[in-house]
Design a protein around this ligand. Structure first.
Ligand code: C2E
Ligand code: MG
Ligand code: MG
Ligand code: MG
Length: 289
């Protein structure tokens, strides 16, 4: 993770962890201004149903349109958001934007679920479930339109608390996905007890599939495990046609990855969706830069 040091009220992020280029100096002032001046934007990445090719949902991923430095990715600023204590504020903004977009799609007659990532620091906020319920209702959305992506790490850290939080969230009707699945050594017995809908297999397992048969075998058995628990399996990091076809062959339910589309602004996603065959055939390879 990005190392940081403090100097006065400025925070300097070390550059080791930022794979997206750009300059490194970020100040708290800049971050506060980003929240106030609406510089955070969401990009959306489609989740493709592997049995039909249809897109039934997207994941919302936050970016910072920095006035001087261009588009910044989460790896470059989420640590700072946490350190500054601004994660609750960011989470609120992300929910509002994602749910506004979901309402827009609903008004256009497009049935798309929207997945939002939740940090551990946001999850422990006791008011969060009620706020989410209210935000969903205000927009006339069915709660099941919203998927909350919660990392396996969080679920493992304090099991009783995680169970209680998930139970409350599930009670309002939103769906729950376990993000970064496979990286946190959760036990089958434990996962069975949780009110979850979907496992998102981490991309570190999916990306090696193209050139490593053992990686493929591991993924195949993990898909079987998910299904034995009655859970949908989503594979992220699908970068090529080999992984796409293998995952479909192993009965994986949903695929997400650069092979189909990178995360893109909503307007671009609308165009991407419109350009696909309405019957939902598989995408052409590598239609991205
Ligand atoms: P994540 O939730 O596991 O999201 C998946 C990440 O994998 C995204 O990176 C996505 O762009 C990337 N990805 C998707 N398909 C591929 C692929 O085929 N190949 C490769 N190499 N990468 C792929 P991104 O957008 O940089 O987000 C990184 C992480 O930042 C997310 O991981 C999530 O943990 C966090 N994050 C993003 N948005 C939010 C947010 O609104 N709130 C919170 N709390 N965290 C967020
Ligand atoms: Mg996620
Ligand atoms: Mg993930
Ligand atoms: Mg991940």
């Amino acid at each position: 993770k990005a190392k940081s040091t403090r100097s006065g009220h400025h925070v300097y992020l070390d550059d080791d962890d930022d794979s997206h280029g750009g300059e490194r100096l970020r100040t708290l002032d800049e971050l506060r201004r980003a929240l106030l001046d609406d510089q955070l934007v969401l990009h959306y990445q489609p989740k493709v149903d592997l049995s039909t090719g249809a897109v039934r949902g997207v994941e919302a991923l936050v970016r910072w349109e920095h006035p001087g430095r261009g588009l910044l990715y989460p790896d470059a600023f989420l640590v700072l958001v946490e350190e500054a204590g601004l994660m609750p504020a960011m989470t609120q903004i992300v929910f509002e934007k994602a749910l506004d977009q979901a309402a827009t799609w609903q008004a256009q007659g497009r049935a798309l679920s929207v997945a939002v990532n939740l940090s551990a620091s946001s999850l422990v906020d006791a008011d969060l479930p009620d706020r989410i319920g209210a935000m969903v209702a205000e927009r006339g959305l069915a709660p099941s339109v919203l998927v909350l992506e919660i990392t396996e790490d969080f679920l493992m850290a304090d099991r009783d608390r995680a169970h209680a939080i998930l139970t409350r969230l599930r009670a309002i009707g939103v769906r729950i996905a376990v993000d970064d699945f496979g990286t946190g050594y959760s036990s089958l017995a434990y996962l069975r007890e949780l009110p979850i809908d979907e496992l998102k297999l981490d991309k570190s397992f999916v990306m090696p599939m193209a050139d490593n048969p053992r990686a493929t075998a591991l993924v195949a058995s993990t898909i079987a495990l998910a299904h034995s628990l009655g859970l949908r399996m989503v594979a992220e990091g699908v970068e090529d046609s080999v992984a796409y076809a293998d995952l479909a062959g192993y009965g994986c339910d949903v695929a997400q990855g650069f092979y189909m589309s990178r995360p893109i602004p909503a307007a671009e996603l609308d165009a991407w969706l419109a350009s696909r065959d309405p019957a939902g055939v598989r995408p052409e390879p590598a239609a991205y830069s």
